[in-house]
Design a protein around this ligand. Structure first.
Ligand SMILES: NC(=O)c1ccc[n+]([C@@H]2O[C@H](COP(=O)([O-])OP(=O)(O)OC[C@H]3O[C@@H](n4cnc5c(N)ncnc54)[C@H](OP(=O)(O)O)[C@@H]3O)[C@@H](O)[C@H]2O)c1
Length: 354
């Protein structure tokens, strides 16, 4: 169909008929994960896209996010189901003047190349597609990382759950990942002593030499209790728990009175079908009067921009650094998901669609 270009109100262009010509590619999960995700758990299918109605936009994905929660959440969906996930996408057709062609949106569109949606009608219960803030010279992919969901997880999780005070000691597991590496840097900005646990010596070196962590230990090769004695001589006031399992029990037993634990995730067992048994925690929680609180970042959906702007300001001031692990190609989504679950990434992992 011929591509018509019309003027919409004063300046917004919209292209009528593009959507009818484009087929989306998307991942459909056809088998529940058993252990590590596998390519054979998915099929990639093509989908016809409808012509846009008033208020709708057509987007083309540039970066897709791969996150640990994807491994954990899919058990809650009836199969077959479209794969979930966030993406940064460019608007390539619009019948919505607030979402003009050429702008970027961050949306929970799932693992798919093209999407038609009305951004004012939520695709899921929590996250509406939003225009990506002007990131200046920063890459748009940061909308999935330090200037997006993981950034806000770090910002709100640390500040609101751990409530660290200057001079206190924070311990972070999963410390070289998207959330952990960011939490540690905010901890340093707030004047704390920051100790990280990560899975390779290279990651630990990055945390101390590049990001300013006071100590970082390879949890695969170090005795955790000895590492805590060395890195946290005044014991631990705040624990940001990304991994769960026995390492978390050891850390919580090494905390100070009135310590605070932000339980963010438990990636150490996401691929396990039988959950591990770990040392009992109640004595430490009772006798040290610990506050242990789980959270989901969407608790702060009404303060979303506050977190993004705080992180953007720190980034612009040179106080926040980041690394991205960029996988290439829509066909490599599963490899990317497998990769983060076994620690291939330092910082945020994203897939560049083309
Ligand atoms: N509550 C929320 O709202 C919320 C939001 C976002 C993320 N999260 C959670 O936060 C945690 C970190 O997420 P992220 O996006 O920042 O992922 P990430 O840390 O960038 O990637 C996952 C990392 O986990 C580590 N890992 C894998 N297996 C492990 C194991 N058995 N023990 C310890 N570490 C292991 C790997 O690093 P190593 O090389 O160090 O092993 C890997 O690089 C996850 O648990 C996630 O589910 C929660």
């Amino acid at each position: 169909m011929a591509k018509l270009i019309k003027l919409f109100h004063t300046s917004t262009r919209y292209y009528s008929g593009v959507s009818g010509n484009i087929k989306a590619r998307k991942y459909v999960l056809t088998k529940y994960f058993n252990g590590e995700p596998k390519k054979s758990d998915f099929k990639i299918v093509e989908e016809e896209l409808p012509e846009l109605k008033d208020g709708e936009i057509l987007t083309e994905a540039e970066y897709l996010s791969v996150d640990p929660y994807m491994r954990a959440y899919m058990i809650g969906y009836k199969l077959p189901t479209d794969m979930i996930g966030g993406q940064v996408a460019k608007i390539i057709e619009s019948r919505n003047e607030k979402f003009p062609v050429g702008k970027y949106v961050v949306g929970q569109f799932g693992w798919r190349t093209h999407t038609v949606c009305n951004p004012h009608k939520p695709l899921n219960q929590v996250f509406m597609p939003t225009l990506l803030l002007n990131l200046g010279s920063h890459p748009v992919s940061l909308g999935l990382g330090i200037l997006g969901m993981p950034g806000n997880t770090s910002y709100f999780g640390l500040k609101e759950i751990c409530k660290p005070k200057s001079g206190e000691t924070i311990v972070i597991t999963g410390a070289a990942g998207a959330v952990g590496s960011h939490v540690g840097q905010i901890g340093k900005i707030l004047g704390c002593r920051v100790i990280g646990f990560a899975g390779t010596d290279e990651k630990c070196e990055y945390l101390t030499k590049e990001l300013g962590f006071d100590h970082a230990f390879n949890y695969k090769t170090t005795n955790i209790r000895d590492a805590l004695k060395e890195g946290a001589p005044k014991r631990v006031d705040c624990y940001f728990d990304n991994v769960g399992g026995e390492i978390s029990s050891t850390i919580m037993n090494y905390m100070n009175h009135y310590g605070r634990v932000a339980v963010c995730g438990s990636i150490s067992s996401y691929n396990d079908s039988i959950l591990p048994k770990v040392s009992i925690l109640q004595p430490a929680i009772v006798f040290k009067e610990l506050k242990v609180e789980g959270f989901l970042v969407n608790r702060w959906i009404n303060r979303w921009e506050e977190g993004i702007n705080a992180n953007l300001n720190w980034l612009d001031e040179g106080k926040l650094k980041y690394q991205e692990k960029i996988y290439h190609g829509f066909d490599n989504m599963v490899d990317a998901l497998i990769g983060i679950l076994k620690g291939e990434n330092t910082g945020k992992a994203v897939v560049k669609v083309k």
